[in-house]
Design a protein. Structure first.
Length: 161
């Protein structure tokens, strides 16, 4: 594990965990069900994923910094760590990238400069970029204004118009 990922773990956050599926196991229904129910909120290392992996399933909230000790990054991750259930309700996956030298696929696609908070919708479109940390309340309010999220809320509570 690289040093820039360790700080995230030390902050008390849990990495997304899903049961490992081996090729020899085949499509075991219980393993697939467990995988579908596994928490995916994150944080997930930007070097380990692409935005396309989450299309139509999760809303990426991407946190970039030039290093794991960036005060804005640390503050952002602390705020996110306090309210992960609110993000999970909105199908969020938190992706972190604190290593500009690694040039991860996420970093290459979104091209941040220094600290950046990027909110994306399930369609893979960037909805908002912020150069400073946001509280989870601010993030969830912004997400709740996304057209896809509004549609989801109507489908879950049709009488709530």
């Amino acid at each position: 594990m690289r040093a820039h990922h360790i700080v995230v773990l030390a902050m008390g956050l849990t990495w997304a965990a899903a049961p490992a599926l081996r090729a020899e196991d085949g499509p075991d229904d219980t393993a697939l069900a467990a995988l579908a129910e596994a928490p995916v909120v994150g944080p997930v290392a930007g070097a380990d994923v692409t935005i396309e992996q989450f299309l139509w399933d999760r809303r990426p909230v991407v946190v970039f910094a030039d290093g794991p000790n960036d005060p804005q990054f640390r503050r952002q991750m602390e705020w996110i760590g306090r309210d992960l259930p609110l993000l999970d309700e909105r199908d969020v996956v938190v992706i972190v990238d604190t290593d500009p030298e690694a040039r991860s696929p996420v970093r290459q696609r979104l091209r941040p400069r220094g600290f950046a908070l990027v909110l994306m919708d399930k369609d893979g479109e960037v909805k908002l970029r912020k150069p400073q940390p946001w509280t989870v309340r601010e993030i969830t309010r912004a997400i709740d204004r996304f057209p896809l999220r509004r549609q989801e809320m109507l489908e879950r509570r049709p009488s709530g118009r």
